[in-house]
Design a protein around this ligand. Structure first.
Ligand SMILES: [Zn+2]
Length: 76
């Protein structure tokens, strides 16, 4: 598999935190994804996208237990 962005062939599965935005909050979802080691492009297959959509639905329904690890701040 070649990277569609940089055409490198150094793609490996990595543990990453996908970021889902829920209102003004950002939720990290730890998961394993193929990532290009050269340019950092992440690759999502249909199953991964489906999984993230399910997590998003559960988040909106308040069905997941979350803990705070940081704050989201905005400038005035
Ligand atoms: Zn790449």
């Amino acid at each position: 598999m070649k990277c569609v962005v940089c055409h490198g062939d150094d793609i490996e599965a990595r543990e990453v935190n996908e970021e889902l935005k829920v209102g003004s909050d950002i939720v990290f979802v730890p998961m394993s994804l193929p990532v290009c080691r050269t340019c950092g492009e992440r690759y999502y297959d249909r199953r991964t996208i489906r999984f993230l959509e399910e997590v998003e639905e559960k988040l909106k329904g308040g069905k997941l237990t979350l803990h705070q690890i940081g704050k989201v701040l905005a400038c005035d």
